[in-house]
Design a protein around this ligand. Structure first.
Ligand code: ZN
Length: 87
């Protein structure tokens, strides 16, 4: 996943895990956020380039496993067009 891609997800209004609405400037929607272990939630407060990327990927993977969600599919350009959720 490219950095720019994560950045856009962060400022977007769609939860990257469940595809439902989320507030911009948050990594996930409230429900997904609350489903994360406390230790992982805390890492999402890290800044970009200072650990956020790895934490975000880890959380996304955790949620995918926990809820048996389809993983993100990334276009060659890292655009959000390739994203497809499940449900
Ligand atoms: Zn969500």
């Amino acid at each position: 996943m490219t950095e720019d891609f994560r950045w856009r997800l962060f400022f977007g209004n769609k939860c990257p895990s469940c595809q439902k609405a989320k507030r911009p400037r948050t990594a996930f929607c409230k429900l997904c956020f609350l489903a994360l272990p406390v230790g992982m939630r805390g890492k999402l407060w890290l800044h970009f380039r200072q650990g956020y990327e790895a934490a975000f990927d880890q959380c996304l993977e955790f949620l995918a496993v926990k809820f048996n969600r389809e993983r993100y599919k990334y276009g060659a350009t890292g655009s959000t067009e390739g994203i497809r959720g499940q449900n």
